[in-house]
Write a protein that binds this ligand. Structure first.
Ligand SMILES: Nc1ncnc2c1ncn2[C@@H]1O[C@H](COP(=O)(O)OP(=O)(O)OP(=O)(O)O)[C@@H](O)[C@H]1O
Length: 253
C-alpha cells in the first residue's frame, strides 16, 4: 500500500471576491503548507490574511479553485474537516456570560468529546493557561490577555492536527504573549501544524519555521526565514517586508 503524506494545506488556483467588492481578493492563488510547519502569514492591513484564513477554514467559499486540509477538501466533507482543525479567530468566540470551565465543557461537547475527556482537557488547559483560579468566574470580567488565553484553550480542546490562529497575540502583555508562544511551540512539537497571521514581524523569529509575506492577495515571498533573507539580500524581515510591500499606509476607506 502506498503511504501518501498530504500537505496540511493545499490551495490550488484559488480565486475569491467579496460580493459587491470591485477588486477580487485572490486570483489563481497557489499555496502549500507542509505538515508539522509553524507557518506565519504576514502582510500589511488589508493584504487578505483574514480572508485567506476564513477560506481555509470554510467560513468563506472560493469562487474558483480548491482548498484541501490534510487531503480532505474543505466545503465538501464538513464533518470530517471541522474535526481536523482548530481555529482561533481574531474576535473572541466564546460565551462571555459563562466561565472558562463552562465554555470548555460546551465546546468539548460540540466536538463530540466524552465527559471524561472534557474534564481532563479542561483541567489541563486551564492549568497551562494560568486560569485555574478563575475557572468558575464569568469570562466577561476578564482582562484582554485572559480572554485571549480562553480563546486559545477552546480552539485546542479537541487536539486538532492543524491549528489556525488569526493574530493570537494582539493586545496582550508580554507575559501572555510569552505564554501563548511557548504553548504553541510545545503543541507543534507534539505534532500540530500551526498556521498563524500577525503584524508582529518579530514573532516570525520566535515562532515560525516558514514564512509567507502577502500583499494585495498575492504571496510575494515564501520560505524559511533564513532562506528569504538570503535570497532577497536583506538583514531582517522588516526591511524585506517594507521593500516588498512599500511604505504607504493601507487604511481601508
Ligand atoms: N466582509 C467583507 N466585505 C467586503 N470586503 C471585505 C470584507 N472583509 C474584508 N474585505 C476586504 O478584503 C481585503 C482583505 O481584507 P482582510 O481583512 O482579509 O485583510 P488582512 O490582511 O487580514 O488585514 P488586517 O491586517 O487589517 O486584519 C480588504 O480590502 C478588505 O477591505
Amino acid at each position: 500500500m502506498v503511504n501518501v503524506t498530504y500537505p496540511a494545506v493545499d490551495i490550488q488556483n484559488l480565486s475569491f471576491q467579496y460580493p459587491g467588492n470591485g477588486e477580487p481578493s485572490f486570483t489563481h492563488l497557489n499555496l502549500k503548507i507542509a505538515k508539522g510547519d509553524r507557518f506565519g502569514l504576514f502582510g500589511p492591513n488589508g493584504a487578505g490574511k483574514t480572508t485567506l484564513m476564513n477560506l481555509m477554514t470554510g467560513l468563506l467559499k472560493p469562487s474558483e479553485g480548491s482548498i484541501a486540509l490534510a487531503g480532505v477538501k474543505v466545503g465538501r466533507h464538513k464533518y470530517r474537516v471541522n474535526r481536523l482543525f482548530g481555529f482561533i479567530p481574531q474576535d473572541f468566540s466564546f460565551y462571555q456570560e459563562l466561565s472558562p470551565a463552562e465554555n470548555l465543557e460546551f465546546f468539548g461537547a460540540w466536538y463530540g468529546l466524552s465527559r471524561n475527556k472534557i474534564k481532563q482537557k479542561t483541567d489541563e488547559l486551564l492549568n497551562i493557561m494560568g486560569l485555574e483560579d478563575v475557572r468558575d468566574k464569568q469570562v466577561q470580567q476578564f482582562s484582554g490577555g485572559m480572554k485571549r488565553r480562553v480563546n486559545l484553550a477552546i480552539g485546542v480542546i479537541h487536539n486538532p492536527g492543524i491549528l489556525f490562529l488569526d493574530e493570537p497575540t494582539v493586545g496582550v502583555d508580554v507575559q501572555t504573549r510569552h505564554a501563548i508562544i511557548n504553548y504553541l511551540i510545545e503543541l507543534n512539537k507534539s505534532g500540530t501544524t500551526l498556521i498563524y497571521t500577525s503584524h508582529q514581524l518579530s514573532e516570525a523569529e520566535d515562532l515560525c519555521n516558514q514564512v509567507a509575506l502577502m500583499d494585495n492577495g498575492q504571496v510575494m515571498a515564501q520560505g524559511s526565514l533564513d532562506d528569504l533573507l538570503e535570497e532577497h539580500k536583506h538583514h531582517d524581515l522588516e526591511e524585506l517586508f517594507l521593500n516588498l510591500t512599500g511604505k504607504h499606509f493601507r487604511d481601508d476607506v
